[in-house]
Design a protein around this ligand. Structure first.
Ligand code: SF4
Length: 361
């Protein structure tokens, strides 16, 4: 840290971290217990806010979507999802932030708009962490009556890494960021409150399993055979289902916990009873739960959503094999309208869409 070469005492680091993470200071001048001279040096050498808010969209249920411009003018998005009684019960004060890890995505899943534009670059650890801090700064700046909660400056207590990009393809930067967000001197968010989603990068899943911090993992499966998966997820040609499932079986799963598999249901592609049976076979012996996400069609997409009956039939097959399954159903017009507002430069990852939906069994 620069402080040493500047001849600053060690305790200044703790003061700075306190301003950055505990108090979410928005300006260097706000850090009033740092000498003015030091604040000047910090201003000259560092940038405090690297994300510029371009647009924020909100739904009536207070879900908030933030479009950020980065220093190189790239655009990324984060989505703040407030506690949803249907998901967490009346007493929950859970606020989830869905964050991005890359500009664009190289993995090209056929049902996801993030991949259509290709990959531009990885986000830095700073840009990943800043999504949380910037959302919380925005929150603090809200007039009290519109605020999600009273004067709290920390609003995010749950993180899902499901935004733009394949998180495990930006492994080192992601881990650096998550360690900061997890640290008591940093974001203070427990590892079990942080979920990383992956399209199935088997070697990185194995690497993650070795990390001392046990973040939650959600695997995007979306197909129970190589044939089906190859059609919709090009990553499967690199890491076959066998390789992926071997990596999943090697995950250290704490007692009473399960691996989460995400399965977007695409009509006529992966939603038949036979597909469900193959999925049961694939998951045999793995303590898991499956989130079924009926595809949310959007303009330009060639896929369709299955009917409710088809979705229920699929779920029944899994239930018969005692596989815990949740169906994510659209919660209502208000939320669907909000999802529909996601346009070209934003992502349409079905897993993200599932965050805006209620869970039904
Ligand atoms: S689903 Fe995830 S991995 Fe696949 S293209 Fe979209 S962002 Fe990339």
């Amino acid at each position: 840290m620069q402080f040493k070469s500047w001849g600053e005492p060690v305790y200044r680091i703790a003061q700075l971290l306190d301003w950055l993470y505990a108090r979410r200071a928005a300006t260097w001048d706000a850090m009033t217990n740092l000498p003015k001279q030091l604040r000047e040096k910090l201003r000259e050498n560092f940038s405090l806010q690297t994300l510029e808010l371009v647009r924020k969209q909100g739904s009536q249920d207070t879900t908030q979507k933030f479009l950020w411009k980065l220093a190189d003018h790239s655009l990324i998005e984060s989505v703040l999802i407030p506690a949803n009684p249907a998901l967490y019960g009346e007493a929950s004060d859970r606020h989830t932030l869905c964050i991005s890890t890359q500009v664009g995505c190289a993995y090209g899943c056929k049902f996801c708009a993030s991949g259509l534009e290709g990959w531009k670059r990885n986000l830095t650890p700073n840009e990943i962490v800043e999504q949380i801090l910037s959302v919380e700064r925005w929150h603090v700046a809200q007039p009290k009556e519109k605020s999600l909660e009273a004067a709290e400056n920390r609003v995010v207590n749950n993180i899902v890494v499901m935004g733009m990009g394949e998180p495990l393809a930006n492994y080192d930067n992601l881990l650096k960021a998550l360690k900061i967000l997890n640290a008591p001197w940093g974001g203070g968010i427990g590892a079990r409150k942080i979920t990383i989603s992956t399209s199935g990068l088997a070697p990185q899943i194995r690497k993650l399993a070795q990390e001392p911090m046990q973040f939650r993992l959600a695997i995007s499966l979306h197909g129970a055979t190589d044939e089906t998966r190859n059609k919709i997820m090009p990553v499967n040609r690199k890491y076959s289902l066998r390789e992926l499932m071997d990596a999943c079986r090697a995950l250290p799963i704490p007692r009473r916990k399960r691996v989460t598999f995400e399965y977007v249901l695409l009509r006529g592609v992966n939603d038949s009873v036979e597909d469900a049976r193959q999925l049961c076979q694939l998951l045999q012996g793995i303590r898991c739960k499956v989130n079924l996400i009926p595809f949310n069609p959007h303009p330009g997409s060639r896929f369709q959503r299955p009917t409710d009956l088809e979705v229920e039939r699929f779920q029944q097959v899994l239930h018969q094999q005692n596989i815990q399954t949740n169906i994510r159903r659209p919660r209502g017009d208000d939320i669907q309208a909000a999802c529909g507002q996601l346009q070209g430069e934003e992502f349409r990852n079905p897993q993200v869409q599932s965050l805006f939906t209620a869970e039904a069994r």
